[in-house]
Ligand binder design. Structure first.
Ligand SMILES: Nc1ncnc2c1ncn2[C@@H]1O[C@H](COP(=O)(O)OP(=O)(O)OP(=O)(O)O)[C@@H](O)[C@H]1O
Ligand SMILES: [Mg+2]
Length: 355
């Protein structure tokens, strides 16, 4: 399968600041790729480099097999969709949609027909005569997407397109964008700082930190096998619990530094004395009666949404446990925690790499 977009050893400097570091990334034709990471990690810089709104300092960027390093934005044949929508306020929806065609010399009737076709796909047919100020946030977002679609670009580039919408509409629009992507057979690159958005929408997730790609792969592969503590803590909600630990003398147990030293048999082979961090996802811990679990902990906080209960322990570090449904547990109770050794993640305490 050929890559629609390919970056090889790409670096970007803003003056002395090194914003993208040795980026290697192949974006498959027809794929939905999410770029995710904390604020300032370089997501927008990477996306804007694809669009040509930033020039890369070194390395090679190819789109559909052609080197794009020096090609201006309008000749790259990619379309950006921004958080701010960037609609023309004095133009109707139809005029917003046809503008890019008209400036390229497309005859009026042909542009109108194209706008009607796109509007039918995105559910805007009845709104073509309205102005942006007469639309809801979700409808404006749809106009912004339609304006990208009408050009039949080689790729769609989204930069946090849903962050101005309320929670319910955001969840709805995620599905709508993904369905549209599938229907058009598009190639999409989608920037978000929301890992749930990345996990649910994308088939390829790229996790960035401080200008570096920390890990990339299928969403559940990142969840199951994070390569380091950073990715482990970033992917998954609530976040993975981390407990400092070291290897026991028998070579297959752990001593947890959890409100004092606790020896636990984990069945995981580990060198005696080796300093590690134990990672345990909140959803992989079960509550058992006192005396029956691997460890015993006092409960500090119990929160229930009805469908899910979250427990926070009164330990150092504190642990979060997620349970389905309701739990008959109160703050101050002491409970046993159990977990399968197959669901333990171990990281080197110094390098933070997965062991
Ligand atoms: N024009 C610029 N000149 C200098 N530094 C810049 C410039 N644009 C961005 N940066 C820096 O590069 C880094 C990456 O910025 P970028 O906008 O790509 O982050 P981001 O991952 O999109 O963050 P956010 O989630 O907050 O949008 C930041 O530290 C930022 O301050
Ligand atoms: Mg950004």
């Amino acid at each position: 399968m050929t890559a629609q977009i390919e970056l090889s050893d790409v670096n970007k400097h803003y003056g002395a600041y090194h914003a993208l570091k040795n980026i290697d990334l192949a974006i498959r034709k027809g794929s939905f790729t999410a770029l995710v990471g904390p604020s300032g990690c370089g997501k927008s810089t990477l996306l804007r480099s694809l669009a040509g709104l930033e020039s890369i300092s070194t390395g090679t960027l190819k789109i559909a097999g052609e080197v794009m390093n020096r090609v201006p934005p309008r000749k790259r044949d990619v379309a950006m969709v921004f958080q701010s929508y960037a609609l023309y306020p004095h133009m109707t929806v139809e005029q917003n949609l046809t503008y890019s065609l008209r400036i390229r010399g497309t005859p009026k009737a042909e542009a109108k027909k194209a706008a009607e076709e796109v509007a039918a796909t995105t559910g805007l047919s009845h709104l073509l005569g309205r102005y942006p100020r007469e639309l809801s946030g979700g409808q404006r977002q749809r106009v912004a997407m339609s304006r990208a679609i009408i050009r039949h670009p080689k790729a769609f580039l989204f930069d946090e397109p849903l962050s101005n919408l309320d929670a319910a509409l955001r969840v709805h629009m995620r599905k709508e964008i993904r369905a549209l992507h599938d229907r058009l057979g598009a190639t999409s690159v989608y920037v978000t700082h929301d890992q749930i958005e990345a996990m649910t929408m994308a088939d390829h997730v790229v996790v960035m930190r401080a200008g570096v790609i920390e890990q990339q792969g299928r969403p559940l592969d990142l969840y199951d096998k994070p390569v380091n503590k950073f990715v482990a803590g970033f992917i998954g909600s609530p976040a993975m619990n981390f407990i400092p630990a070291s290897g026991g003398v028998d070579g297959h147990s752990l001593i947890l530094e959890l409100s004092g030293r606790q020896h636990v048999a984990t069945g995981v082979p580990i060198a005696p004395g080796k300093k590690v961090t134990l990672g345990l996802r909140p959803e992989h811990v079960t509550i058992v009666p006192r005396g029956e679990g691997i460890i015993e902990v006092p409960v500090a906080i119990v929160e229930s949404t009805g469908s899910t209960t979250y427990l926070t322990t009164a330990t150092l570090p504190e642990l979060v446990v997620v349970l389905n449904g309701r739990a008959h547990i109160s703050s101050g109770d002491v409970v046993g925690l159990d977990f399968a050794s197959s669901q333990i993640h171990l990281f080197d305490a110094d390098t933070e790499r997965r062991l």
